[in-house]
Write a protein that binds this ligand. Structure first.
Ligand SMILES: NC(=O)c1ccc[n+]([C@@H]2O[C@H](COP(=O)([O-])OP(=O)(O)OC[C@H]3O[C@@H](n4cnc5c(N)ncnc54)[C@H](O)[C@@H]3O)[C@@H](O)[C@H]2O)c1
Length: 261
């Protein structure tokens, strides 16, 4: 059984690559019109073209999630092209591994800017776009929000912040009658570009003797006994966007094989 998203207009930040693109592909296959919003114009344009060639409805818009004016411009373009959105997936995020004893404040501020301020601006503009008719926002945390894995202190802090932002957003939406559900997905480690780099960084930082040992440590901490896949995460996001999740609000959906329990 899959969730039907026919006619649902979903904007996915960071939709040009990785998890965001897989989420767009999954929701497009279930009938959604997807808007890929990203700073990576070339990959986003190509991905939207590929989705249209496969029979879907897809649009790329340039968006830097850290920039308030960029949100306004992107959503104006979407309003002109599609009349608006029904759902927003705040997926864009970056990860920079560092030992806290060596913390680089420039990199740390960048992580917080994209992951926390970018998500908060997404909630702001998502609310403004959605509150007339109601809708859905799905934010993206990580298993790192709830576990203490070495080398990812600032990233983990940023994802804990996303979880808390989600709950305050759900409370404000309810209190002020926006009719917008706000939830978070918390993926486990996915061996894509970001997840693979994280494992490489664990060796570079001297935390594990090899990349394989770092991956092995994650798997051994995971009761389900494997890493996550992009499809695992995309299916959870599609569910939260759909009407099947109509009374699910303010929660973190862990998609991590119980690593973070
Ligand atoms: N890969 C994993 O193992 C993993 C695990 C848990 C959570 N996550 C989270 O999932 C999300 C997606 O991760 P991913 O693995 O697809 O990473 P990725 O690096 O493959 O893709 C991230 C996308 O975000 C875009 N992006 C970066 N900065 C942006 C900005 N300022 N504005 C707009 N777009 C921007 C990039 O261009 C890229 O397309 C992130 O929030 C990440 O923290 C990933």
């Amino acid at each position: 059984m899959t969730t039907d998203l026919t006619g649902t207009r979903v904007l996915i930040t960071g939709g040009a690559n990785g998890l965001g693109l897989r989420e767009a592909q999954t929701m497009s296959a279930r009938g959604a019109s997807v808007i890929l919003a990203d700073i990576d114009e070339r990959a986003g344009t190509e991905a939207a073209e590929a989705l249209r060639a496969a029979g879907g409805s897809a649009l790329f818009v340039l968006l830097d999630v850290t920039d308030d004016a960029s949100w306004v411009a992107a959503l104006e373009t979407v309003a002109q092209e599609l009349g608006g959105i029904d759902a927003l997936v705040n997926n864009a995020g970056i990860e920079i591994s560092d030992l806290l004893i060596d913390l680089d404040p420039v990199g740390a501020r960048r992580v917080l800017d994209v992951n926390v301020i970018g998500t908060a601006l997404g909630i702001k503009h998502g609310f403004r776009s959605l509150k007339e008719r109601g809708g859905v926002i799905v934010n993206t945390a990580s298993v790192a929000a709830t576990i203490a894995f070495p080398g990812i202190g600032i990233y983990s802090a940023s994802k804990s912040a996303v979880e808390r932002l989600t709950k305050v957003a759900a409370a404000e939406s309810g209190r002020l009658g926006y009719g917008v559900r706000v939830n978070t997905v918390a993926p486990g480690l996915v061996p894509n570009a970001m997840g693979g780099q994280l494992a490489v960084d664990m060796e570079r930082l001297g935390l594990f003797e090899s990349t394989d040992a770092a991956v092995g440590a994650v798997v051994s901490l995971t009761p389900s006994g494997r890493l996550a896949t992009e499809d695992d995460i995309a299916a959870g996001v599609a569910f939260l966007v759909s009407e099947d999740a109509a009374f699910i609000n303010g929660v973190t959906l862990s998609i991590d094989g119980a690593m973070g329990m």
